[in-house]
Design a protein around this ligand. Structure first.
Ligand SMILES: Nc1ncnc2c1ncn2[C@@H]1O[C@H](COP(=O)(O)OP(=O)(O)O)[C@@H](O)[C@H]1O
Ligand SMILES: [Mg+2]
Length: 317
């Protein structure tokens, strides 16, 4: 911490470098790279749409497998031929037991990890191993304690070369609209968990990437804050129109938020089921009391349990 507090007044580039070191994997870099490729792809997609050709998927993981090799240890097959295909603007959740490879999938999508097999396509282009094409937010918010909330939120824009004053001007209305008015000049340690997550999420969204990865962003929040944050996130998603991939342990959260849910098996992670969520939007909170909601939640819970083939023969029979 002494090292960190000695760095007040640093440049955005220095802050991004420290953040990479703090996070261990440089996740924010994945959110902040070159976006011109995305612009080009967007134009291509619009042209396709005008010509009545159905738009290609936004992001497609094609048969992705991941083997971890650690010297002196047996190999770990973490992901086994994962196929996930997501159309533009969808809200898609991944659920599965701890250790089934959800964060590994995100690291592959973000280009931080080269898959042992398979590929990642965005807008039909092979982007396996590319960083900078998606926004990525971890459960731990990684706000920089020496920057105000406003200056944390603009970090992505700053790193991409937007002048600080301009970036602050752009960010201010968002802070107001999304519940952070009055907190602009506060430092992260003064904020509640929910407020910190709001700031971190806004920072991710203002990086202007079209695909956003959220890895258990509400996992550490109490139930009431979590529920408020879910509604807040849906509002943000509806306003920004981004494609969101969301990892959660909480089945109810997945059903409430999502258009689609991928259920993963215990390690090695495989797609056990891919479900549509047939609930209209906008979704009032009371939707959780409907039969459709309850049935889907139960179905997910069953799928998360051991498959018949996972059980000892006498139990499965
Ligand atoms: N860098 C690594 N080296 C070795 N094993 C790893 C590495 N990263 C993840 N794993 C293993 O891969 C599996 C999947 O991990 P992870 O993606 O973090 O799961 P989840 O996010 O679903 O909890 C786990 O068994 C984990 O121990
Ligand atoms: Mg994880």
């Amino acid at each position: 911490m002494a090292r960190l507090t000695a760095r007040w007044g640093r440049s955005a580039a220095a802050d991004s470098a420290t953040l990479g070191a703090v996070s261990g994997i440089g996740t924010l870099f994945a959110a902040m790279g070159e976006t011109r490729g995305c612009e080009r792809r967007k134009e291509t997609r619009m042209a396709d749409t005008l010509g009545d050709v159905p738009p290609p998927s936004k992001i497609h993981l094609k048969q992705v497998s991941q083997i971890f090799e650690t010297p002196g240890q047996p190999e770990v097959l973490a992901l086994d031929r994962i196929d996930i295909d997501i159309a533009p603007g969808r809200f898609v959740s991944l659920i599965g037991p701890s250790g089934c490879g959800k964060s590994t999938i995100f690291n592959v999508i973000a280009g931080l990890l080269a898959p042992s097999e398979g590929s990642v396509e965005i807008d039909g282009e092979d982007v396996t191993g590319y960083i900078g094409l998606v926004g990525y937010m971890l459960q731990k918010d990684l706000l920089l304690p020496w920057r105000t909330v406003l200056d944390n939120v603009i970090l992505g824009m700053e790193i991409r070369g937007v002048p600080v004053r301009q970036a602050r001007e752009r960010a201010r209305p968002y802070l107001e609209r999304y519940g952070l008015a009055g907190f602009e000049r506060q430092y992260p340690p003064a904020l509640s968990g929910g407020m910190r997550q709001r700031a971190a999420l806004l920072r991710t969204l203002l990086c202007d990437t079209e695909v956003i990865l959220l890895d258990e962003p509400f996992g550490a929040l109490d139930a009431q804050t979590r529920s408020a944050m879910q509604e807040w996130l849906l509002r943000l998603w509806e306003d920004f129109g981004r494609t969101v991939i969301f990892v959660t342990h909480d089945v109810e959260e997945a059903v409430y938020l999502s258009d689609e849910i991928y259920v993963l098996s215990p390690r090695p992670g495989r797609v056990r089921a891919h479900l549509e969520v047939p609930l209209a939007r906008p979704r009032p909170r009371s939707i959780v009391t409907t039969d459709v909601f309850a049935r889907l939640r139960e179905h997910c819970v069953e799928l998360l349990g051991p498959a018949p083939t996972d059980l000892p023969a006498d139990v499965a029979a």
